[in-house]
Design a protein around this ligand. Structure first.
Ligand code: SF4
Length: 425
């Protein structure tokens, strides 16, 4: 680690963050990074010299332990500590991500309306001009090289880069599985199959494309371009997300091919962060058609694998209301299989989602609780169940009371259960 002072700015290179993701109630950085401390802000950069985090240092910053993160697609996400009642029981994390785009967010506050947060983003936009005015001659070669990298990545360049990721993938990633919270949503995306099977009426994130596997050549092409896209910062990733909405429906041989190629090409064995993870979505049909040989194959991959399955409800009337073309019997069978796989495979966790909101038929929540309690008569640490807030703009009272409603439900469920906030790449 090397630190320099330049005109009241403090630059620190090669900072070593944590090497394993963990859940803590204070700001923690992972992998290697650099930071620039100005009187008003702390800017943190990835290994490509691209701005990644900002924390305000002034008294007007909402909370000293909160920060802004810029995602690879150029979104700003604000990490809120959640006030006095802490978010851990609801979300399984100590921070609530607040998005700068519309989603099923249940938080009533909008940090992007806070003056200090807006100013921090504006200050990031001006940082390059400030750096351009500095005389860097007395810095070490390493310090100069890093600041040149930062200067080569002004906001317009970051936006241009962010736009290329959907071009590389051939589609945009509108939703990440809830399990990616375990790695703070820091995943390398790779599309193994487009679209999904059902095109449900209620879904706001579905791809316009029909389900179709990508060819091995296409996957190889994506991997090669992703390696260039992530560049030096690839070393700070330990996880891959297989898009899009039902990668589990792909041929198991293709899943294994993509996983092993990604692991090798992204050099995850030597990542700065331990415990490689693979995330994907499944569905009732893909889960029921997958046999033991498929899961044996996934279990042997050099990843711990998380598969998230959208079940939504075990009630026929609710499934009809959601316009989801699966049956309550299919959901029952899928849930039984999820419980069985979670018991049998140490390196695979299958999680499930159900909708949660006002105005759903009374049979909905009864069916979900019956299903869960039938398969779990004692607490189990595996097989988290996520509840996706599902409400209209007019349901503001329900939105205000959602945590209370959720806690009433949570105490009846013997597996980890959380609210699912939809987050895109
Ligand atoms: S809920 Fe899942 S299966 Fe249904 S349309 Fe959305 S992405 Fe497709």
């Amino acid at each position: 680690m090397e630190t320099f002072e330049i005109n009241g700015l403090q630059l620190t290179l090669q900072k070593q963050g944590e090497t394993r993701y963990s859940k803590v109630s204070y700001p923690l950085r992972y992998g290697r990074y650099a930071e620039l401390r100005t009187p008003a802000h702390l800017f943190q950069f990835n290994l490509n010299g691209e701005l990644k985090f900002i924390t305000g240092r002034g008294r007007d910053w909402p909370n000293p332990s909160e920060w802004l993160k810029r995602t690879v697609t150029g979104d700003w996400v604000y990490y809120s500590a959640g006030g006095y009642d802490g978010p851990f029981d609801c979300f399984g994390e100590y921070y609530i991500p607040c998005f700068s785009y519309p989603t099923n967010n249940i938080n009533s506050c909008d940090p992007f309306e806070e003056k200090a947060v807006v100013s921090a983003i504006e200050a990031a936009g001006l940082l390059h001009e400030e750096l351009a005015r500095l005389d860097l001659a007395f810095l070490s070669a390493e310090g100069r090289k890093f600041l040149e990298l930062v200067k080569a990545n002004p906001p317009a360049e970051l936006l241009r880069k962010a736009a290329t990721i959907s071009e590389i993938l051939g589609d945009s990633v509108s939703v990440l599985p809830p399990d990616t919270r375990h790695v703070d949503y820091e995943v390398i995306p790779l599309i193994v199959a487009d679209g999904c099977l059902y095109k449900c009426g209620f879904c706001r994130v579905k791809s316009r494309l029909k389900f179709k596997e990508r060819s091995k050549e296409n996957i190889e092409r994506q991997i090669k371009r992703l390696r260039d896209f992530f560049g030096n910062d690839l070393a700070n990733y330990n996880s891959v997300f297989f898009g899009q909405h039902d990668a589990l429906h792909s041929d198991p041989e293709l899943i294994e091919f993509a996983a092993r190629r990604a692991f090798e090409a992204f050099d995850l064995k030597n990542s700065n962060i331990a415990d490689p993870r693979l995330f994907l979505f499944g569905s009732v049909d893909s889960l029921l058609k997958s046999n033991g040989a498929t899961f044996d194959r996934i279990d042997r991959l050099p990843f711990t694998t998380y598969i998230n399955v959208g079940l939504e409800s075990a009630d026929r009337e609710t499934l009809g209301r959601l316009k989801k073309s699966i049956t309550a019997e299919g959901v029952e069978a899928a849930f039984a299989k999820i419980a069985d796989i979670n018991k049998r495979y140490e390196r695979i966790e299958i999680t499930s989602n159900f909708v949660f909101g006002p105005g759903l038929p009374v049979g909905h929540m009864e069916s979900v609780l019956r299903l869960i309690q039938k398969h779990f008569d004692r607490p189990s640490p595996k097989g988290a169940v996520y509840f996706s807030p599902f409400f209209d703009a007019g349901d503001s009272l329900w939105k205000k009371n959602i945590k209370r409603e959720f806690y009433k439900l949570k105490i009846k469920i013997p597996v980890p259960s959380f609210l699912y906030l939809i987050q895109r790449l």
